[in-house]
Design a protein around this ligand. Structure first.
Ligand code: NAP
Length: 287
């Protein structure tokens, strides 16, 4: 990789960001297309967030991804935000243009694209159950609502969180039925659902319990776990065992990255190359 005075810098702001797969994915794509860009991790402590963002135009940085814990917090420092970012109230991609910071959220669209490409699943008019109502759930549920799903059912350990996300979607996106349920109401919703999404961190650790009673799963479901490491969570193993279709979160990571790549470079992202880089990088992290 050539680095010289013309190299354009992009990167990732978060804290901590030790295990990120994004540098491998983007740098491989830049190399493949022979683009003089470099993707760097920027671990930024909370007390430095404002200064770090202010420094981006000063350093001629082209753009950054934003990850935990700053996706919501960066909003107040931006000059402009896209419709998706405004609706989601979270930003995962910033473009520096004419010294202005423009915020985007590619997580929701990235998720929807992964459904269409990874499982040939068109969410229009489908019924969706989402477990967890945190940041990832917000991006995914808004992405699905904009895509014309018939119904979204949300459940979270903290019922109020599910309820407030449900009313936010209902208020801002028309024609979609949204409901928040408690555990006793979940069975009926899953029986009628086409897709079940785990948007909780349950499944990342080997001794985690399942996010849902596996007896509720059925073969007509597509079960999507947003977790990608491990690549097959207990939930996905249970779903596979009963004959349901499954997807893990690697596709969402890939397509949100591909959309960010295009925002920064104006070029179509080389999906296959990026997917391969992710796979290889994950392998090295697991072993
Ligand atoms: P988060 O903000 O912590 O949200 C998770 C939510 O789920 C919280 O509200 C949590 O409640 C709730 N929850 C936990 N256990 C639950 C259970 N058993 N039943 C119902 N709700 C439960 O986390 P996040 O940032 O949204 O991330 C969620 C997952 O998505 C993580 O595994 C993350 O790695 C993954 N993710 C993947 C991608 C991708 O590109 N594939 C992108 C973003 C996130 P409490 O807060 O009370 O615990």
């Amino acid at each position: 990789m050539k680095i010289d005075g013309e190299t354009k810098v992009v990167g990732l702001i978060g804290y901590p960001i030790g295990h990120t797969l994004s540098p491998a994915m983007h740098n491989r794509a830049f190399e493949y297309l022979d683009l003089n860009y470099l993707y760097l991790p920027f671990p930024v402590k909370e007390s430095n967030l404002k200064e770090a963002l202010r420094a981006l135009p000063a350093l001629s940085v082209v753009g950054v991804n934003v990850t935990l814990p700053y996706k919501e917090r960066v909003l107040e420092y931006l000059d402009e935000v896209s419709e998706e970012a405004e609706l989601t109230q979270a930003v995962n991609t910033i473009l520096v243009k004419d010294s202005r910071l423009i915020g985007y959220n590619t997580d929701g669209k990235g998720f929807v694209t992964s459904l269409k490409k990874g499982a040939e699943f068109n969410p229009r008019d489908k019924k969706v159950v989402i477990i967890g109502a945190g940041g990832a759930s917000r991006a995914v549920s808004i992405g699905l609502a904009k895509e014309g799903v018939e119904k979204i059912t949300l459940i979270d350990i903290v019922f109020n969180k599910a309820q407030s996300l449900a009313s936010h979607i209902a208020k801002n996106i028309s024609k979609v039925e949204v409901a928040a349920v408690k555990e006793e109401g979940l069975g009926k919703e899953v029986r009628e659902a086409d897709i079940l999404i785990n948007a909780t961190p349950l499944g990342m650790k080997p001794d985690d319990s399942l996010p849902i009673d596996p007896k509720l799963l059925h073969p007509n479901l597509l079960v999507y776990d947003l977790i990608y490491n491990p690549s097959k969570t207990k939930l996905l193993s249970e779903a596979e065992r009963i004959g349901a279709k499954t997807l893990n979160g690697i596709g969402m990571l890939l397509y949100q990255g591909a959309l960010a790549f295009t925002i920064w470079t104006g070029r179509e992202a080389p999906i296959e190359v990026m997917a391969r880089a992710l796979k290889e990088e994950l392998k090295t992290q697991v072993s």
